[in-house]
Design a binder for this molecule. Structure first.
Ligand SMILES: C[S@@+](CC[C@H](N)C(=O)[O-])C[C@H]1O[C@@H](n2cnc3c(N)ncnc32)[C@H](O)[C@@H]1O
Length: 290
């Protein structure tokens, strides 16, 4: 059952277009109006730890959690709205086998009869290639991950979409209409990376580049429509929506992540916008490093 709450989580930052809040994702969703959201684009955490010998590789806990969470999303989403989930595979903690919790969760959502898988997208992330990995580096028995999967779900096949909106969005390495996504670090991300370097802090490993949510925002929404990310981390979806002229509501329960998101939003605003998602104009994504 979905719940509606009149208690709005307090804003950490608000703009004319959107609000950044710090709350549990369920409470956050409960505070949003019904049937208003055109797009939820997000990257949830998995429920670990996963071990090779238990049932965890297909994680009933994660499946149960995400199917319940998507029921909450049903309430706020327009009937022909979209949900885009970034969920890659990871290794079990104790053996070089995959935890297929993302695939199990998607299969359960489709089996529920409510959700349809409209398409998957594969995102090439050069940062994955930098991570240390026992199975790859020390033992040489597996290959390094460099892509992750985005699942585009909706309750109807007839969502408003026009692939011409994303023509030319990506690097020259990919087909303009292809579902293999490769983005460079654009200005907004570079400013964050430069600040981390100056402060001697490590950039968030969970971060996706602003260009990733900007791509789905452009493909699946019109200016002024409502974009939501309940697990916004350091704020990439909020930035993409703000710079694209979409209304947005973004949230995370981590004080640390939300503070970084707040600072990134303020910095982008004082820089006067720009970056990968100017309102439906040409993009500035650089080709990824070879
Ligand atoms: C994979 S990260 C998302 C990273 C984000 N896409 C970015 O670019 O920074 C998942 C985020 O979910 C948040 N989170 C996990 N469980 C949550 C919950 N129950 N309510 C709110 N946020 C939650 C974590 O703090 C984390 O920042």
């Amino acid at each position: 059952m979905t719940t509606t709450s009149t208690d709005r989580p307090p804003s950490v930052l608000s703009t004319e277009l959107g609000r950044l809040t710090r709350a549990d994702a369920t409470a956050f969703l409960a505070s949003l109006p019904a049937r208003d959201v055109r797009l939820v684009v997000t990257s949830p955490w998995f429920t670990g730890p996963f071990t090779a010998d238990s049932a965890d590789p297909v994680s009933p806990r994660f499946t149960e959690w995400i199917t319940g969470f998507l029921r909450e999303i049903e309430r706020v989403l327009l009937p022909d709205g979209s949900v885009v989930l970034e969920m890659g595979c990871t290794w079990a903690e104790d053996a070089p086998v995959r935890t297929a919790q993302n695939l199990a969760a998607i299969a359960a959502l489709l089996a529920s009869g409510t959700w349809k898988l409209l398409q998957e997208f594969y995102w090439y992330n050069p940062d994955f290639l930098l991570a240390k990995d026992e199975w790859v580096e020390e033992r040489g028995i597996r290959l390094r991950d460099c892509v992750t999967t985005w699942f585009w779900l909706a309750r109807t096949p007839d969502v408003p979409v026009d692939n011409r909106r994303v023509r030319g969005f990506q690097s020259h390495l990919t087909h303009p209409f292809g579902n293999f996504l490769a983005f460079g670090d654009a200005d907004v991300d570079q400013a964050y990376l430069d600040r981390c370097r100056a402060e001697g802090t490590r950039p968030s490993e969970d971060r996706f580049p602003v260009a990733a949510p900007a791509y789905f925002i452009r493909l699946l929404t019109e200016p002024g429509e409502h974009v939501v990310d309940p697990f916004v981390g350091i704020g990439s979806t909020a930035l993409a929506a703000e710079l694209s002229g979409r209304r947005w509501s973004c949230n995370d329960f981590s004080a640390e992540a939300v503070e970084v998101a707040r600072r990134r939003l303020l910095a982008a605003r004082s820089a006067g916008g720009g970056g990968p998602a100017t309102p439906d104009g040409p993009t500035t994504t650089a080709p990824p490093a070879p």
